[in-house]
Ligand binder design. Structure first.
Ligand code: DC
Length: 225
């Protein structure tokens, strides 16, 4: 059977990671978290003292870096940053570098290379709109800000982070605003995306809903004979 390209977009805390991982595991596809690439670039820029608003310098750093995002780990130039990139400081750094069109151009190109053969579930903000505009399946996951903040506050990958739901809600709302209003590839649902509101639903329910969309696309098109 043909291997599909599946794009999963949406704001922070909508459940993209959990759902994308489950869908990829169910299909035997590769799962790629594109946000981790922006985080890794932000991490390296901060570490090297490159100001996050210097577009050419950050883009040069991104272009020269080897970034590997696998199900198990995120590395940049061989350094494991899996945990280091999940802090409020890196949330801000990633959002800052993600605003820069030249940085996006570098990372979008890498994301296209990674997904060139299909058999991939890629999650992010612009996967269905920019990275893979011809993806076989486009899902846009959303949830109320309260629910998204609750999920973020209890995310086990973010240890050592202030986890009062109200603090998380404030930070998350601000970051969403940046992602939705930036000039370069802002967050929005592609016209042909299936929008799934995950508020109040279990992971199993959402995965089932998304799998139904995927299965419908896997069926060979009906011939008119
Ligand atoms: O999904 P995340 O929170 O790890 O993403 C980190 C930042 O990168 C966030 O500000 C959104 C941005 N991002 C993006 O602009 N485009 C993507 N495809 C993925 C993430």
């Amino acid at each position: 059977m043909r291997k599909l390209t599946i794009a999963i977009d949406g704001p922070s805390g909508a459940g993209k990671g959990t759902v994308a991982r489950a869908i990829a595991a169910g299909l035997g596809y590769r799962h790629v978290d594109s946000g981790a690439m922006y985080r890794a670039v932000g991490w390296k820029a901060l570490g090297e003292g490159v100001p996050l608003d210097q577009e050419d310098a950050v883009a040069a750093l991104a272009g020269a870096a080897r970034i590997d995002v696998t199900a198990a780990a995120v590395t940049i130039d061989g350094i494991d940053v899996t945990r280091a990139i999940r802090t409020p400081e890196m949330d801000r750094a990633a959002a800052a570098v993600a605003r820069l069109p030249k940085v996006r151009a570098v990372l979008v190109e890498r994301q296209r290379q990674v997904g060139a053969d299909g058999g991939i579930v890629m999650e992010g903000r612009d996967i269905g709109t920019v990275v893979f505009p011809h993806a076989d399946v486009k899902i846009y996951l959303d949830a109320t800000p309260e629910e998204r903040a609750r999920r973020r506050a209890s995310d086990p990958s973010r240890s050592g982070v202030p986890s009062a739901v109200s603090d998380v809600a404030t930070l998350l709302t601000e970051r969403d605003r940046l992602d939705r209003t930036r000039a370069a590839s802002p967050l929005y649902a592609a016209a042909d995306a299936v929008v799934v509101d995950t508020t109040g639903k279990s992971v199993e329910e959402v995965v089932k809903e998304v799998m139904q969309v995927v299965e419908a696309r896997r069926q060979p098109p009906a011939t008119s004979r």
